[in-house]
Write a protein that binds this ligand. Sequence first.
Ligand SMILES: *[C@@H]1O[C@H](CO)[C@@H](O)[C@H](O)[C@H]1NC(C)=O
Ligand SMILES: *[C@@H]1O[C@H](CO)[C@@H](O)[C@H](O)[C@H]1NC(C)=O
Length: 262
Amino acid sequence: MKLTLTALALTAAVLCPPPAHAAKEVFAHVIVGNVPAFTLSDWTSDMELARAALIDGFVLNIAPQDPSTLPSVALAFEAAESLNFTLFFSFDYLAQGPWPADAVTALLQKHTPSPAYFKPNGKRPLVSTFEGPANAGDWPAIKAATDALFVPDWGSVVPAEAVGLAGGVADGLFTFDAWPEGDTNMTVDGDRAVQEALRGKEGGGGGVYMMPVAPWFFTNLPGFNKNWLWRGDELWDMRWAQVMEVQPDFVQILTWNDYGES
Ligand SMILES: *[C@@H]1O[C@H](CO)[C@@H](O)[C@H](O)[C@H]1NC(C)=O
Ligand SMILES: *[C@@H]1O[C@H](CO)[C@@H](O)[C@H](O)[C@H]1NC(C)=O
């Protein structure tokens, strides 16, 4: 998967002419809980592989009850700092239940000062989630304590509702809507719906859109009652063309290492 992704990302980089717009960062989603045995050199070599594919950074998906989370995060930051690579957190509210707000604040206060932590235009540290709309009310206080630029994936609620949660606490949105269902083609309808909702945000200032790009999706995890395939085929190529059309603020590739399902 990693090698395939690398080759495909290079292909996309060659095929897509440089846009006339400012450079926009591309990240890849890393499930930290899938690599509890990673050493510093494993993190380093994955980051070098990603950089060779012109990926700017990793999104660290972390779950609260996993004992490997904190040691792995420390190693990832050590590797990223020495390589001048970029990281930001995606707090996973679904895999192992919601994060306690004070744990989120503490982790952000510890790691966002790192030069490796992603701060668009050198300003506020970007923070994302996998789901967690029921915990939206935690975020005004987390943002006040950490100055986070908050771009959650709240794909389980419609974008128009997501932008209004907790008084409009989200500064932007990401979604996991990266695959077509059945024999259809992937379209930009979902992306446009999110952009439209962000434009309507209170105050009219809009918001940041992080767009998902994926090559395929296959899962067969009986323990989670999951067994299906979404069309891949020409999806990788088609989706990068859609990135050029949509012009999001950032791109997130799904995924780097979620071997069980994407
Ligand atoms: C680190 O990366 C940033 C952003 O890409 C770049 O501006 C800077 O020059 C790099 N620093 C070093 C020491 O490579
Ligand atoms: C999907 O897109 C391809 C390439 O543009 C096209 O040939 C095909 O007819 C489309 N399929 C559907 C179901 O729209």
